[in-house]
Ligand binder design. Structure first.
Ligand SMILES: *Cc1c(COP(=O)(O)O)cnc(C)c1O
Length: 396
């Protein structure tokens, strides 16, 4: 008989009742160090006092009114996002997928509004992940996402990762209007687009008048040590997708855009019942305040340097299990030689949470607020997990 919860996930046999900073606790008191952060969601860790206080205060005041009226919390959060980024305007939704969906609509509408309605095709990169809606899986085009879900949405073309010539050729086609990429592919195994290539991508878009859409749902909100990952390359997109970290665990997504890119999105063209509700936006504003506070990102950078150094040591100590460390800031991947799921499971046995990704990678995504001691403890647990796994492999 099918489970009352649709069995679309293969879940670990773990369940938590409480979170405290970088820790998750089971009902029997067993404490796990959280190097997963709900897949890069809990940017400020579990139970951050200011986030909890904001949510409680807003819950006492007002939960929902609808976008028929002005929602002051949206305005406050939008102003913060505009102040700290390239963007002129923001639309709020409840998830990353919804922001990807709007990016696709906005890119098409832009063509409609600027007299080039034939330029509907969006170029994407193989291995991309933009969410699970029909349009988002069509954009990604990966077999494991799309199999059995056809007919897919038309209007997307995937270019092999790192194939500059293919991208250059594809960008010159008359039906193309936008390019959508993750600055660091997350689900596919922490694959960064080098800064030079992001610059090249911006130039290519400028050359052809394409909109550059960056999906920073996983790599944004301080994860790489800048507020948004593209800042390292010194470029800016026309449209950017944000979710995960921005809500600090409350469902919140956002689409950020320039005034030019957003010009087709006039009243009545898009909407969301829950999007931009007072609870989510109040929490988002507190998360933004914390991440943009003086010294916060410098501190996250300092700790990410330490984590990276320790992980390099771990890889050197277990060459039979690990191959390399990649990624940036606190968005790191351990490319494995042993099956990555075995490494993740050995981590569970050592009371440590990590996240598997494509390309046989284990993702390390701790809270940006994790302490130096917790970093050392987490790597020690990974070391214990790797030793246990080595012994098991040797005994087989
Ligand atoms: C998680 C993720 C999404 C989808 O976000 P949801 O909130 O799960 O809809 C899209 N793009 C990237 C890069 C992601 O990491």
């Amino acid at each position: 008989m099918i489970s009352p919860v649709l069995p679309s996930y293969s879940r670990a046999n773990l369940s938590f009742v409480k979170g405290e900073g970088a820790w998750l606790i089971e009902a029997d008191g067993r404490r796990f160090l959280d190097f997963a952060s709900g897949i890069a969601v809990m940017a400020l860790g579990h139970g951050h006092p200011k986030v909890v206080e904001t949510l409680k205060a807003q819950a006492d005041q007002l939960w929902h009114t609808s976008n028929l009226y002005t929602v002051p919390q949206q305005q406050i959060l939008a102003e913060k996002l505009v102040e700290h980024t390239f963007a002129d305007t923001v639309f709020f939704c409840n998830s990353g997928t919804e922001s990807a969906e709007l990016a696709i609509k906005m890119a098409r509408k832009y063509r409609d509004a600027t007299g080039s309605p034939e330029r509907t095709t969006i170029l994407c990169i193989e291995g991309a992940f933009h969410g699970r809606s029909v349009a988002a899986i069509s954009a990604a085009g990966q077999e494991k996402l799309v199999k059995g879900f056809g007919p897919l949405a038309p209007g997307f073309r995937q270019i092999p990762f790192g194939d500059h010539d293919a991208l250059r050729d594809a960008a010159a086609a008359p039906d193309v209007g936008a390019i959508m990429v993750e600055p660091i592919q997350g689900e596919s195994g922490i694959k960064p687009i080098p800064d030079q290539c992001l610059k090249g991508l911006r130039d290519l878009c400028d050359e052809h008048g394409h909109l550059l859409i960056l999906d920073e749902i996983q790599c944004g909100m301080g994860r790489t040590g800048k507020l948004f990952a593209h800042e390292w390359a010194g470029i800016s997109p026309d449209i950017m997708l944000v979710a995960k970290g921005i809500g600090g665990g409350f469902p919140l997504g956002a689409l950020l855009a320039t005034e030019n890119a957003a010009q087709g999105m006039t009243a009545g063209t898009h909407g969301s019942t829950y999007g931009g509700n007072p609870l989510g936006c109040a929490v988002g504003a507190t998360v933004m305040d914390e991440i943009t506070a003086d010294g916060f990102l410098e501190e996250a950078n300092r700790k990410s340097g330490l984590l990276r150094q320790k992980l390099e040591g771990l890889v050197a100590a277990h060459p039979e299990i690990f191959e390399e460390v990649r990624g940036s800031g606190l968005m790191l991947g351990l490319k494995c030689k042993a099956p990555n799921l075995d490494v993740v499971n050995a981590g569970y046995d050592a009371d440590l949470l990590t996240v598997p990704a494509g390309d046989n990678v284990v993702r390390i995504l701790p809270a940006l607020t994790i302490s130096v001691d917790e970093i050392a403890e987490g790597v020690a647990r990974l070391d214990a997990a790797a030793s246990a796994l080595s012994k098991r492999i040797a005994a087989e």
